[in-house]
Design a binder for this molecule. Structure first.
Ligand code: CA
Length: 483
């Protein structure tokens, strides 16, 4: 599908009602999404979780896309498989790609308990055993009685997992490392807490040959079953990197090299993301968490933040073709597990930056466009203006003017394939400011104006291609050629 200046939308937030309506809502919204310039939609986990109201991350059965009576419900929080399928078809009608949120780190909601040998570990250092090996009773058995072997007859047992979170015999919660031949936490995971393989529930052993075979099979099945264009991989810092690499290779061998993947590696350290990308052969994009934290810090510090540093250590600058830039998501939004929500006053500046800069694949958060908990977002209009500017004007080389602590910006010089393209972007976290920026001699004599409505003046480009552009206090400005 057409990716030129594409923009992804994360079409959910944490507090959506459990009304089974999301798939229908997205279907009805397809044309509108296309009209505003959205070219891909990231949808939440679409398979059966341990209870109907779950957001989908407490995965129970990957093969139940809201089709079978399991966990007391046919539909998921978001709807039925039929509605899901119809939604994908409608999005494709408008050339919008669909990326499914894919949770392969863990499973929850087992059907029965099993007895096996385990050792409890220290949650702060998972390489430190708190007990000798002993037999525990864990909720690790899955036979999916409601699905009755449809699509797959694979049954999950304790030996397909590397850890679990409860000993039912003693009704005691903790982190239990499951013992077995050649079984240990994966070495190819984040090193936080000694070893961050275990996140929650039953941690899937991604080195187990039967597991690898089954998950690869599912990845191909779900892509074909729904007609997906790619995936968003959840919690990859807790997953064996070699598994991720082979998983994407297996999928693309079957689905084509352009099957898209972006991973959630929640770490603000550029070097960690950089070496991770190398370890998986650069086979997927990563969310630009360092840039998110820069913008979060800037939004909290007001004019004290040095705007020249806003792109420091951003993945978009260092690995431009592998970065998915974003402002907030369902985990960073207020009240969620990785809370770091960017303050409202800064959101227009943040969206201006990610939607108009040359590098990175921008992702718009549902909560920022539609709102959180049913409360309307104040940012909808500015996001629409910026998406439109991205589609029409954000082309050509980028020259950066990050030369002042408050007022920074860049120009996009335009290109021949997009008539009248090119723009000048400024933002200030302090006083109103101005900056002379060069957009190229070929633009001399043109009159430019500001499209967000913040500035009423016009600017005439001089003989050398310079314009003296302005921005109001704590705001952004986007200048384009007057038609
Ligand atoms: Ca894991």
């Amino acid at each position: 599908m057409n990716m030129e200046n594409g923009a992804m939308m994360q079409y959910f937030e944490w507090n959506l009602p459990n009304d089974g309506n999301l798939w229908k809502q997205i279907k009805a919204d397809s044309k509108h999404l296309h009209d505003i310039g959205v070219t891909a939609v990231w949808i939440p986990p679409a398979y059966k979780a341990d209870e109907q109201q779950d957001e989908g991350y407490a995965t129970y059965d990957l093969f139940d896309l809201g089709e079978f009576e399991q966990k007391g419900t046919v539909r998921t929080k978001y709807g039925t498989k039929k509605e899901l399928t119809e939604m994908v078809k409608e999005l494709h009608k408008y050339q919008i790609s669909v990326y499914l949120d894919t949770v392969l780190n863990h499973k929850t909601g087992a059907d029965f308990t099993e007895k096996f040998m385990a050792q409890e570990v220290d949650p702060q250092d998972r390489n430190h055993m708190l007990t000798e090996p002993y037999e525990i009773q864990g909720w690790t058995g899955y036979n999916f009685p409601g699905r009755k072997d449809a699509y797959s007859d694979f049954k999950w047992h304790y030996y397909h997992f590397s850890g679990t979170e409860m000993d039912d015999a003693q009704r005691k919660t903790g982190i239990y490392r499951i013992l077995g031949e050649n079984k240990y936490w994966s070495e190819n995971v984040d090193s936080e807490n000694g070893n961050y393989d275990f996140l929650l529930g039953n941690d899937i052993d991604l080195k187990h040959p039967e597991v690898i075979k089954e998950l690869n099979k599912w990845g191909i099945w779900v892509a074909k079953e729904l007609g997906l264009n790619g995936i968003r991989m959840d919690a990859i810092k807790h997953m064996d990197a070699q598994f991720i690499k082979q998983f994407l290779e297996a999928l693309r061998a079957e689905l084509g090299e352009d099957y898209y993947a972006v991973g959630e590696y929640w770490n603000g350290d550029l070097d960690t993301l950089d070496s991770y990308l190398d370890s998986v052969g650069n086979k997927l994009n990563l969310f630009d968490v360092p840039l998110h934290y820069n913008m979060f810090g800037a939004s909290q510090s007001g004019k004290e933040f040095d705007m020249q540093k806003i792109l420091d250590n951003a993945l978009a600058v260092n690995r431009p073709t592998l970065a998915v830039t974003f402002v907030d998501n369902h985990d960073s939004q207020r009240g969620s597990s990785l809370e770091s929500q960017i303050e409202d006053w800064f959101k227009p500046l943040a969206y201006g930056l990610i939607l108009l800069m040359k590098d990175g694949y921008p992702c718009i958060f549902y909560g920022d466009y539609y709102g959180i908990s049913g409360k309307k977002s104040p940012h909808r209009l500015i996001i629409e203006i910026l998406l439109d500017a991205r589609k029409k004007y954000a082309y050509g080389d980028m020259d950066m003017y990050f030369d002042h602590p408050s007022t920074v910006g860049f120009v996009r010089k335009g290109d021949e394939e997009h008539p009248n393209s090119g723009l000048a972007f400024l933002m200030s976290n302090g006083e109103a400011g101005n900056k002379v920026m060069n957009i190229g001699e070929e633009h001399k004599g043109e009159v430019w104006y500001e499209i967000t409505g913040n500035i009423k003046d016009e600017v005439t480009i001089d003989e050398k291609g310079n314009g003296n552009f302005t921005v109001s206090a704590r705001n952004l400005a986007v200048w384009i050629k007057k038609a």
